[in-house]
Design a protein. Structure first.
Length: 337
């Protein structure tokens, strides 16, 4: 078997973008205040607020799992639950972190094609009566771009958020790949007006070293946020190094530029794909129908990719994906097909 290549295994396998790394080097000059009270963090927070056109508190944490779990814990009490798509990251890939951080907060899994929550299913869940033996819904968690690479429009999100808000639910938006959604046309400046309370602006999948921005759009949730982060191990002492990548990626527009490239590479791969594509290619991922022997042959040819939750095989493009790599992979896939 050849040495595996991880070009298309995940956008987490990509290196950090040069703009992000240069900003870290620049932030390393001299001394600065600790625990996020430094000038670099302040600049990064201002850039995030400008990107979203909001007046909000912004904090920088180490992982999307921590940001998501802290968000759901802030929106639901231990005897309550969070509504989410059945294949959302918080339901399938976070090892019970929402329940751990929330001291028992539950998850109510909802169906929907290609990662988007089915509105009727949400309505039915919201209509469930409060009873003593079931955790009632207290919050709605949404993901954009979805786990299947589809992109909600602002109006589609509004259709889900409005009934949740009417029933008193808080709203969390997992934006691990929000840059790809924005590059596909999602309007970032509409996030606050949609009624989102806590927004995770993804860094790592956008081409940064491990860092995510937690944007607190509901001022009431900002109270004592730093003790909450500190207790969770998410208030780093040298916070400027978590914030600096956002400076590098936002001040010159690199974040959205790189995301557009990743999306374009996914579209290029989908066009050349000899296997059946199972979900719309709207962001930076391609999901295909592939049997196990063929997947094993692909691995043996040196390309490592994962079988996903619905049984499809997932290919992920990143800011660092090259057209040459896409074409080389496509040639291998055509031989296998």
């Amino acid at each position: 078997m050849m040495t595996p290549r991880y070009d298309f295994a995940s956008d987490n396998t990509a290196p950090a973008a040069p703009e992000a790394m240069a900003a870290i080097v620049e932030a390393n000059a001299g001394f600065a205040a600790g625990y996020g009270t430094d000038h670099v963090t302040a600049q990064a927070a201002d850039l995030v607020r400008g990107l979203l056109d909001v007046d909000a508190e912004v904090r920088f944490v180490a992982s999307g799992t921590a940001a998501n779990a802290l968000s759901t814990a802030a929106l639901a009490r231990p005897f309550e639950a969070v509504l989410a798509h059945e294949h959302a990251h918080i339901c399938t890939d976070e090892t019970g972190a929402p329940g751990f951080f929330g001291q028992g907060v539950g998850l109510i899994r909802l169906p929907g094609a290609s990662g988007r929550i089915e509105p009727a299913a949400l309505d039915a869940a919201l209509a469930q009566p409060d009873v003593s033996y079931r955790q009632p819904a207290a919050a709605l968690s949404l993901t954009n771009a979805t786990e299947y690479g589809t992109v909600y429009s602002a109006d589609e999100l509004q259709r889900l958020i409005a009934p949740a808000k009417e029933r008193g639910c808080g709203v969390h938006l997992d934006g691990a790949r929000i840059a790809n959604a924005a590059a596909a046309g999602f309007e970032l400046k509409r996030v606050a007006a949609l009624g989102v309370d806590l927004f995770v602006l993804g860094g790592a999948k956008a081409g940064m070293p491990p860092t995510e921005a937690l944007v607190i759009l509901d001022p009431a949730l900002a109270r004592r946020i730093d003790p909450r982060l500190k207790q969770a191990g998410q208030l780093p002492s040298k916070g400027r190094f978590y914030a600096a990548p956002f400076v590098g990626m936002l001040q010159g527009g690199a974040m959205l530029r790189h995301a557009a490239h990743a999306n374009a590479m996914a579209a290029r791969l989908a066009k050349a794909m000899p296997f059946k594509v199972l979900h719309p290619v709207e962001a930076n991922t391609v999901f295909v129908e592939m049997d196990e022997p063929t997947l094993e042959r692909l691995h043996a040819a040196g390309w490592f990719v994962h079988r996903f939750l619905d049984g499809s095989v997932r290919f992920v493009c990143s800011w660092a994906t090259t057209a040459e790599a896409v074409d080389e992979l496509a040639q291998t896939l055509q031989r296998l097909a």
